[in-house]
Design a protein around this ligand. Sequence first.
Ligand code: HEM
Length: 149
Amino acid sequence: MTHEKRSIMTKLPMPGETRSPRLPLHPDIDEAMIRRLVHAFYGKVREDPRLGPLFAQSISQPWPEHLDKMCDFWSSIMLKTARFKGRPMATHAKITNLAESDFAIWLQLFEETAYAECPPACAAIFVEKASMIAESFRLGLFYRPNAIH
Ligand code: HEM
């Protein structure tokens, strides 16, 4: 690919993006909102009868560190800060006892928390992103078209 073509490509939005990929997804979303949402969400996760024990058995670092990492993750997505460094698919693949149906529980809790903690327009963007990522994890971890049933 020529230099000229590459520089044109980098200005193009990613599929599904209507704005420049470097801009925050909504002007009202900031680090404080992300922190509030992440902390409230994982508070609920820890109390959930299915996800609480699953996290307790699988988490490989103390909760405060995990929460900081999740703030970095959401900051990278919503504010385009590129702060998150991790390999989420590989991390989830290592969780023994993770079931496909756990994603619906996770998303339900995330949606409830997003609308409780954020203005509706911001909550809707968080939920849309979470749903897309959850679906890609779910397919990556559980979709086996060639499996013999
Ligand atoms: C079925 C639902 C889910 C469960 C049970 C789950 C569980 C976990 C656990 C236990 C960890 C910590 C692993 C470790 O410390 O080694 C983790 C990490 C993480 N999770 Fe999830 N998760 C779920 C869904 C999601 C979804 C939908 C997202 C994104 C929208 C997400 C994003 C992340 C990220 C970014 C990390 C850090 C990955 C890394 O360090 O590379 N998780 N998850």
